[in-house]
Design a protein around this ligand. Structure first.
Ligand code: SF4
Length: 282
């Protein structure tokens, strides 16, 4: 029988150093949490998840799996405006949908709740950037929060991450079957093929994403194409055909068979991509 997860250690009012792992619902931050737990069994970690309330159902299911494995609760942080956070900020930003160039959602729904939660306590934020990644990015401008990169320091690469997840029994989040990243269902970092599959798997979420475009005339989630245009059957077929061709080109360039592929990691992985959000997609 599985015991109910215990709450994470409460933030201390003393000036002791806090150890924080921010989970995104993705594979790297999850593997990091498991890795650190094993490497520092005596250290008290706080596990956080900034909930935009626009996440995929699979993400919530994955968090439950992580909690069961860690045996403690992952604290859900919400924006100041709770489950209305995104819509509230959308009004403040005058209906301007976020985009890779104007990523107000990350600041308001992820970074701000996190920094508010930490307050002025000295804290170490453990970040799951791997040794084989080229990504760099904003973590926090607060001087009391020190980002650390254990995977980079210890030379942990993607194959190691897959092994950690496999051996722990946590595995990969199931959205990897059809999408390459964690994050909101309407995330603008999605590839077009992923939008097509969102429509297939979660037509109601696709409709909601479409409503945002309708409500905010002139703004689209995907550059130069509305979701109404993208869902036309002919256009969907074209998108999937192009995606298949791209994957075949990539596969031809790859070495015979990577460990990640052996573990069944989606062909939609992030290979050769260093964009995306450091907070939402780890
Ligand atoms: S997942 Fe995408 S849409 Fe959601 S907060 Fe992050 S960058 Fe913004």
């Amino acid at each position: 029988m599985t015991n109910a997860p215990e709450a994470s250690p409460a933030p201390s009012s003393e000036t002791v150093l806090r150890h924080i792992v921010m989970l995104s619902g993705g594979k790297d931050s999850t593997a990091l949490a498991l890795y650190l737990r094993q490497k520092y069994p005596q250290r008290r970690f706080e596990y956080l998840f900034c909930d935009t309330h626009k996440e995929l159902p699979e993400t919530y299911e994955y968090l439950a799996r992580i909690e069961a494995r860690l045996g403690c609760r992952v604290e859900r942080l919400a924006s100041r405006h709770g489950d209305r956070g995104f819509d509230h900020y959308l009004k403040i930003y005058r209906g301007f949908l976020p985009s890779p160039q104007a990523r107000w959602c990350t600041r308001q729904l992820k970074i701000e709740p996190f920094e508010r939660y930490v307050g002025d306590d000295p804290a170490r934020l453990y970040v799951g950037l791997r040794a084989d990644e080229r990504r760099d990015g904003y973590i926090s401008t607060k001087r009391n929060i020190q980002p650390v990169f254990p995977f980079r320091e210890d030379g942990i690469e993607r194959a190691d991450v897959m092994r950690i997840l496999e051996e722990s029994g946590v595995g990969l989040p199931s959205y990897y079957e059809w999408r390459s990243r964690s994050g909101c269902y309407f995330c603008f970092f999605q590839q077009r093929g992923e939008w097509v599959r969102l429509k297939e798997r979660y037509p109601e979420l696709y409709e909601k994403a479409k409503q945002y475009e309708k409500q905010e005339q002139g703004y689209t989630w995907v550059q130069n194409e509305s979701l109404s245009e993208l869902e036309a059957p002919e256009r969907q077929r074209e998108i999937l055909r192009r995606e298949k061709e791209r994957k075949e080109r990539l596969a031809a360039r790859r070495r015979p068979r990577t460990l990640a592929q052996t573990y069944g990691f989606s062909e939609l992985d992030e290979t050769d991509r260093d964009d995306g959000c450091l907070i939402c997609h780890l």
